[in-house]
Design a protein around this ligand. Structure first.
Ligand SMILES: CSC[C@H]1O[C@H](OP(=O)(O)O)[C@H](O)[C@@H]1O
Length: 367
């Protein structure tokens, strides 16, 4: 049933140096690396319970927009495959319940809703055509596995498209983690950097530590060191000086949601990095699969997740760094306006301003 997808995945294995998550077809379990324990411990967790998958997204064991989407699709798969329902309608009700649980995990990454909708539609098609519970189970598994394989394929194509924008000797600033650990494998912005490196371009990376959860210090540095790519860790506030002193040539970041007008939601601190790059005449690129693009204009549809103030008041919950009774505000994302975005790198090509025209062309939305 999945032989074609397994063969496509096998052709990608050179790019899957880090396998952050996967579906175990022998045990019908979903398996993932707990990114909260990196870089100290590489711990894989496996489950048959979609509620456990939802908790992994909410608690950021699994994080990164494309990874969240793929994970949610496999969450629906677990609900379908392990359901005891015999009647198709009963099974559809159980899948719908799982959809609601997974959709409520985190509000910003568009990939989550895109993947849930796509997988739900596959279940609906099987329900309407075959009205058979096992056919629905097979359809859901196949759709989730397709989303998984496509994500890796898209990342490699995005890497190829974006690497054309990188010159030999470039010094690249990046924010948060956009590598294998944020996707089904290879990465988005880090995939572009990986691809340029493997093409033989001599580059170096400045990785923003990315307060408060330090995805840059913990995950991006760990990934780049594993690949042997030169990386220097900086605090988030250092990128302005880096650009002003001429020590960096461009910035490449990921995205959690992009609208057709080119408004980009990404990890908090991204807007500041965009301002620093633009203020010093340097390019600021965003790399994301088209599954991150929400087909609406403007920024009103973008919900910025606000997480616990404790994440700001501590270092990873271990060391309190401020006065106990101080208020803290912890938006997990910010929004970069299109006028600061030099280009949006996708698996289908690089979109330039005016984004409402070029992004519609890239996602196949005709006027
Ligand atoms: C490949 S996009 C990853 C994207 O997701 C991150 O957010 P989080 O770690 O909270 O899931 C960050 O915004 C990255 O750019």
């Amino acid at each position: 049933m999945l032989e074609d997808l397994l063969s496509r995945l096998d052709r990608l294995k050179e790019f899957l140096t880090i396998k952050p998550l996967y579906y175990d077809l022998n045990t019908n379990e979903f398996v993932w690396i707990d990114t909260r324990q990196l870089p100290w411990n590489e711990v894989y967790i496996r489950t048959k319970d979609y509620n456990r998958v939802a908790r992994a997204i909410k608690d950021m064991e699994i994080r990164g927009a494309p990874a969240i989407g793929v994970t949610a699709a496999f969450g629906l798969t677990l609900a379908a495959v392990h359901s005891k329902a015999k009647r198709a309608e009963e099974l559809m009700n159980e899948i719908k319940e799982a959809y609601g649980v997974l959709a409520a995990t985190r509000p910003t990454a568009y990939n989550l809703f895109w993947a849930l909708d796509r997988t739900w539609r596959a279940a609906q098609r099987a329900f309407e055509v075959e009205n058979d519970a096992d056919a629905i189970r097979e359809a859901v598994l196949r759709e989730a596995f397709t989303i998984y394989v496509e994500d890796v394929e898209n990342n490699v194509n995005m890497g190829r498209n974006g690497a054309k924008l990188i010159d030999n000797g470039d010094r690249i600033v990046t924010h948060c983690n956009t590598g294998s650990l944020a996707t089904a494998g290879f990465g988005t912005a880090l995939g572009v950097i990986r691809y340029a490196w493997h093409e033989g371009k001599s580059i170096k990376v400045y990785a923003d530590e990315t307060r408060p959860l330090l995805q840059g210090a913990r995950l991006t540095v760990w990934e780049l060191k594993k690949d042997g790519i030169p990386v220097t860790l900086i605090v988030d506030g250092a990128s302005g000086l880096l650009f002003r002193r001429g020590m960096a040539d461009l910035a490449i970041v990921g995205a959690d949601r992009i609208t057709l007008s080119g408004h980009v939601a990404n990890k908090i601190g991204t807007y500041n990095l965009a301002l620093a790059a633009n203020a010093n005449g340097k390019e600021f690129y965003v790399a994301a699969p088209t599954s991150t693009i929400q087909p609406v204009v403007g920024e009103d549809s973008i919900v910025i997740e606000e997480r616990s103030p404790d994440e700001v008041k501590t270092v990873l919950g271990r060391l309190t760094i401020t006065v106990d009774d101080v208020e803290a505000w912890n938006p997990a994302f910010d929004i970069t306006p299109p006028e600061l975005v030099s280009g949006i790198i996708t698996e289908k090509g690089v979109a330039r301003r005016p984004y409402e025209k070029t992004l519609k062309e890239i996602i196949g939305l005709t006027e």
